[in-house]
Write a protein that binds this ligand. Structure first.
Ligand SMILES: [Zn+2]
Length: 120
């Protein structure tokens, strides 16, 4: 499946998702990407003073694009069809365990990203 993307660091991949029709496990296809996130930690300095320390990290995100079930074989394409089938259709945060594709490597994605100026 070919998904158009203008971000060449995003990775086309898929993740397990229950089929809305037959309740078996189908595949949700989409793009995995790494997104820069900042979380603010608070470090006590004493005397009631606190220092706010930005903790920067990469979060893996997945943008669903299509769903396919090998059992009942519906093919849903695009956010509108996914939404109508009550499948995930918006970008969501992902743990790398959720993907069993050997091609998915968050480290490789973030390495590719670090060629760019971080948006932080
Ligand atoms: Zn099905």
């Amino acid at each position: 499946m070919n998904l158009d993307t203008d971000d060449d660091t995003a990775l086309e991949t898929s993740t397990d998702e229950e089929c809305p029709t037959c309740a078996r496990t189908g595949r949700l296809f989409g793009l995995a990407d790494a997104e820069a996130e900042v979380e603010w930690g608070v470090e006590p300095l004493g005397g009631g003073q606190y220092e706010h320390i930005p903790q920067r990290y990469w979060q893996a995100v997945f943008t669903p694009a299509a769903f396919r079930c090998t059992v009942c074989d519906p093919e849903l394409k695009g956010p509108e069809e996914l939404r109508l089938a009550e499948l995930p259709y918006q970008r969501f945060e992902l743990s790398s365990d959720a993907l069993d594709e050997p091609g998915f490597d968050l480290q490789a994605l973030t390495d590719a990203k670090s060629d760019y100026e971080p948006p932080w």
